[in-house]
Design a protein around this ligand. Structure first.
Ligand code: HEM
Ligand SMILES: [Cu+2]
Length: 553
């Protein structure tokens, strides 16, 4: 492969120093700069969502609602959910890491539609700012799920504006999804066949398909709520002749797949990091790749597990229950294969790897408790309790955010040309792991004992568990703030990374850090399977050692 590379120690032209005016950033069509724009914006929204979470946990320290009124409590948890899901979790990995890495990993100069990519950021910002405007002008109190008829007929909060914000953000993710699909189909470097693609790419491909098929459904559904609200057309409100259960069907038809929009990209990160820091090819590459596709397909068939207690027919419930068990299989396949990848590997406990190991444990707890909820009988008891809250936070924080942080640290040297400080990064990972478990494990117990979600008054005997959870949040907060400081610090003071500080495989490591505007001096030519770590060790002894089948562990 003939790709010109700068020696560590000299900073060449790259995408970061290719122009430093505000205009050069705001009008850029370089996927890497757009990734940076997204990085800054999702981080800001994460901070807003985090502050709202802090308020929730502060209120729940005591059994009485003494910090805020019930109305305001409703607003705070709703805005926490809206910001975290629509403005942080859904875009975080695809729009930041995906945007940066998809073209690099497939050996392309940019995404297929660079201007559409920039448009997606503007649409995202427009949606985010409208939602923010709604928040500071009265807020919204329906829960992130916007269930009518409360949302369409009774709530006096800023429902319509928030919905317009969410609608726009949905379109920004559709733009990104289309861009990824076309890029992956059309712009792969010579020799980069489908089964030589990194699993990060497979995960983003599957995610993009879900985004493109699912997001329009929720966008229109939310718009219908706004239409009912503004024009009093009877769609969901029974008082107007509508059907509220119809809303739940449409909403969850997207929002269950949306949980995979949030987790699949993180799974892509895990595959890359685990192979690199175990120095092994991913065990069962084809199974891991196809399990992403299987999740994307079966994920569309399980939405009814959110509706077991709505009075949907028992037979429908049984089918949804069975299918929900089925969708756990491909996720389990991934976990088994990752574990098998580490088996007998030469494991390096770098910060990204600590996040990966955190992910494995927490995602398993999140996934298995999903099965408790997917069982018709147990869900009757657990539905709308803190058990559900704990379940999805194990997945969305323990899974997605851990994956995001793993990826951010892993590719930080590539994005910035600088190494982050390893010691404090490991410390932050440990604090986050401890803080996370202290926050959310007690919530499983609380939920099992009957603590309903979205309430801020509770019996005194549950206070201890709530205090533990709030204490964990403080710890978690410290853990999240640390990376902001040391990553910014590293921009000036970090050691120079050089093109491939981890000795990783993959095209993104074959060009400079940070890469030049067009990524590669010459189009790379791929001659190897992915994750040929073992081959690289043996290369000195065996001249042509690249023919092994990828499915052999
Ligand atoms: C893999 C990523 C997953 C994510 C991101 C995720 C996320 C979520 C979210 C956000 C909710 C709550 C929605 C709400 O009411 O506000 C939820 C509930 C639920 N999840 Fe998951 N989940 C995941 C995996 C699973 C799995 C693997 C299963 C089962 C096989 C599952 C089963 C359920 C069920 C049954 C509920 C509804 C519980 C109830 O309301 O009673 N989830 N999940
Ligand atoms: Cu679901």
């Amino acid at each position: 492969m003939s790709v010109a590379v700068a020696k560590p120690g000299e900073i060449k032209h790259n995408y970061l120093n290719a122009g430093d005016t505000v205009r050069s950033w705001l009008l850029t069509t370089d996927h890497k700069r757009i990734a940076v724009l997204y990085l800054v914006s999702v981080t800001l929204f994460f901070a807003v969502g985090g502050l709202l979470a802090l308020l929730i946990r502060l209120e729940l320290l005591t059994p009485q609602g003494d910090l805020m009124t019930s109305e305001n409590y409703n607003r705070v948890f709703t805005m926490h959910g809206v910001v975290m899901i629509f403005l942080f979790l859904i875009p975080a990995i695809p729009a930041v890491l995906g945007n940066f890495l998809v073209p690099l990993m497939v050996g392309a100069r940019d995404l297929a539609f660079p201007r559409l990519n920039l448009a997606s950021w503007y649409v995202y910002m427009a949606g985010g700012l409208i939602a923010t405007w709604a928040m500071v002008n009265g807020g919204v109190d329906t829960g992130w799920t916007f269930y009518p008829p409360y949302s369409s007929s009774y709530s006096t909060s800023q429902v319509t504006l928030t919905i317009i914000g969410a609608f726009l953000v949905g379109f920004s993710s559709i733009f990104t999804g289309i861009n990824f699909i076309v890029t992956i189909h059309k712009m792969r470097a010579p020799g980069l066949t489908w089964f030589r693609l990194p699993l990060f790419i497979w995960a983003h491909y599957a995610t993009s398909v879900i985004i493109v098929l699912g997001t329009p459904v929720v966008a229109i559904t939310l718009l219908l709520v706004a239409v009912e609200r503004v024009f009093r057309l009877g769609i969901f409100d029974p008082a107007l002749g509508g059907d509220p259960i119809l809303f739940q069907h449409l909403f969850w038809f997207y929002s269950h797949p949306a949980v995979y929009i949030m987790i699949l990209p993180a799974m892509g990160v895990i595959s890359e990091v685990i192979a690199c820091f175990s120095r092994k090819r991913v065990f069962g590459y084809h199974f891991v790749a196809f399990s992403s596709v299987a999740i994307a397909v079966v994920g569309f068939l399980v939405w009814g597990h959110h509706m077991f207690t709505t009075g949907q027919s028992v037979y429908a419930g049984m089918v949804f229950s069975l299918l929900s068990f089925l969708v756990a299989v491909p996720s389990a396949v991934k976990v088994f294969n990752w574990t098998a990848t580490m088996y007998k590997g030469t494991i390096e406990f770098r910060a990204p790897m600590l996040y990966v190991m955190g992910f494995l444990g927490l995602f398993v707890i999140g996934g298995l408790t999903g099965l408790f909820l997917a069982s018709l009988a147990t869900d009757i008891h657990l539905q709308d309790t803190y058990f559900v809250v704990a379940h999805f936070h194990y997945i969305m924080v323990g899974g997605t955010i851990f994956g995001y942080l793993a990826g951010l640290h892993f590719w930080w040297p590539k994005m910035t040309g600088r190494m982050y400080p390893e010691g404090i990064a490991k410390l932050a990972a440990l604090i986050i792991f401890a803080g996370f478990n202290l926050t959310f494990f007690p919530q499983f117990v609380l939920g099992y004992l009957g603590m309903p979600r979205r309430y801020h008054w509770y019996p005194e005997e549950w206070q201890m568990l709530h205090v533990m959870s709030s204490a964990g949040t403080a710890l978690l907060g410290i853990g999240y703030i640390l990376p902001i400081f040391y990553l910014l610090w590293s921009l000036r003071n970090g050691a120079l990374a050089g093109p491939n500080p981890w000795g990783a495989t993959g095209l993104e490591w074959k060009t400079d850090s940070p890469p030049i505007t067009h990524n590669f001096e010459e189009t790379p030519i791929v001659t190897e399977e992915p994750y040929a770590y073992e081959n690289h060790h043996q290369q000195e002894e065996v001249a042509s050692g690249t023919g092994a089948s990828t499915t052999k562990g």
